[in-house]
Design a protein around this ligand. Structure first.
Ligand code: NAD
Length: 354
């Protein structure tokens, strides 16, 4: 590996603090520069990691520091403008999920990365979990055969991010549970299946559970979906079902992806809470008998974490693992869910332009 040392910036220091933590541990990173409009957060993270270069103004940081790479971890409405300005200034970008609020923004980001010849990676961190890495390698070895049905779910009992200005509707976030949580489980399901091309989408969104709580919190016209569901039919016939909720009347929060293939099946299931109880299995048939195999027994060597994977792609000048094309595809699919919900009908995608 090249010994090149990178100067890396992080803008947005709430979830962005985990980016700082990973960069601080990486021997590819020579220097970290921080940016947040919240000065006390800026100083807290600066003190914690002994970082002296701190900015409250993103454009000032871009102007004064020659950064090799930047993590964009600000609210969703700032992903497109910040990522584009960073790439224009010559930095590679790791952008938090969702890539953008809508397809038009995501497409502008992809075009900017091509125009400025800068890497743009989307922070789909679930892919880097050990069980996801193992399942992906099982699938890529062909052990499940042809995958024909996938159900991917992130359901919360109660868990709206009330600290966000949710009263602004789609302005800040681009949407509710589907774009916030659904984006993660949709990406991992699409990645497992090799990113097939969707043809039909039937989706709907609801805000049935959270309105009373929103009233209590002084948001009388709360309109973001607290739950969304969709069924996609791919051009190769695969069906993919997506469910995501910030709030629903169910037991504990779960994150699940279940896959059915011609030769085998798989489930990744986590009950979120103390201990995060996991149930991860592959089901394989040999000689007419089906066997349940814990994913742990098939364990593959793990990829580096998402931040290190981004840095490695820069120094090796390789394609990033979570590409902007995949980010755009996911954004298009989420747009189709909202569009189907609004029109009350299935939507057919005649052709995907990437
Ligand atoms: N990958 C994951 O698992 C994961 C988890 C949580 C959040 N996220 C994503 O990360 C992003 C940030 O989420 P969050 O929960 O940290 O949000 P947050 O609102 O809690 O924090 C955002 C931070 O950005 C700062 N900020 C806002 N505007 C700024 C500006 N103009 N210049 C500089 N700093 C600014 C804020 O002061 C704050 O510190 C969102 O896009 C979210 O979807 C991803």
């Amino acid at each position: 590996m090249s010994s090149r040392k990178l100067k890396v910036g992080v803008v947005g220091l709430a979830v962005g603090a985990s980016h700082v933590k990973d960069y601080a541990k990486s021997d590819i990173v020579q220097e970290i520069v921080l940016c947040d409009v919240n000065e006390s957060r800026l100083n807290e993270i600066g003190d914690k990691y002994n970082i002296s270069k701190k900015y409250t103004d993103f454009d000032k940081m871009l102007k004064e520091e020659k950064l090799d790479a930047i993590s964009v971890a600000v609210p969703n409405f700032l992903h497109m403008p910040f990522a584009m300005r960073a790439m224009e200034a010559g930095a590679h970008v790791l952008c938090e999920k969702p890539m953008a609020r809508n397809e038009a923004e995501a497409r502008s980001m992809l075009e900017a990365s091509q125009k400025h010849n800068k890497k743009l990676m989307i922070n789909f961190n679930q892919r880097f979990q050990q069980e996801c890495q193992t399942l992906k390698s099982v699938i890529d070895e062909g052990k499940l055969g042809d995958i024909y049905y996938v159900r991917t779910v992130w359901q919360r009992r109660r868990g709206l991010p009330w600290w966000y200005p949710l009263s602004s509707g789609k302005e800040i976030c681009g949407g509710g549970a589907i774009i916030d949580l659904g984006v993660h489980v949709l990406d991992r399901a699409m990645w497992f299946c090799g990113y097939p091309e969707p043809e039909w989408v039937l989706g709907n969104t609801f805000c049935k559970v959270s309105k009373d709580e929103a009233m209590r919190r002084g948001i009388p016209n709360f309109e973001l979906e607290d739950m969304g569901v969709a069924m996609f039919r791919m051009t190769n016939g695969t069906m993919l079902e997506l469910e995501a909720s910030w709030a629903s009347n169910r037991e504990k929060e779960i994150i699940t992806t279940r896959i059915y293939g011609s030769k085998g099946g798989a489930v990744l299931h986590t009950t979120v809470g103390e201990g995060n109880a996991a149930y991860n299995k592959v089901f394989l048939e040999t000689d007419g008998e089906i066997h349940d195999i814990p994913i742990e027994e098939l364990r593959v060597s793990k990829m580096p974490n998402v931040r290190q994977a981004f840095l490695d792609a820069i120094v090796k000048d390789e394609e990033v693992p979570c590409t902007p094309q995949q980010g755009l595809r996911i954004t298009q699919m989420l747009d189709m869910v909202y569009s189907s919900a609004e029109k009350g009908m299935p939507i057919r995608i005649e052709s995907w332009s990437m």
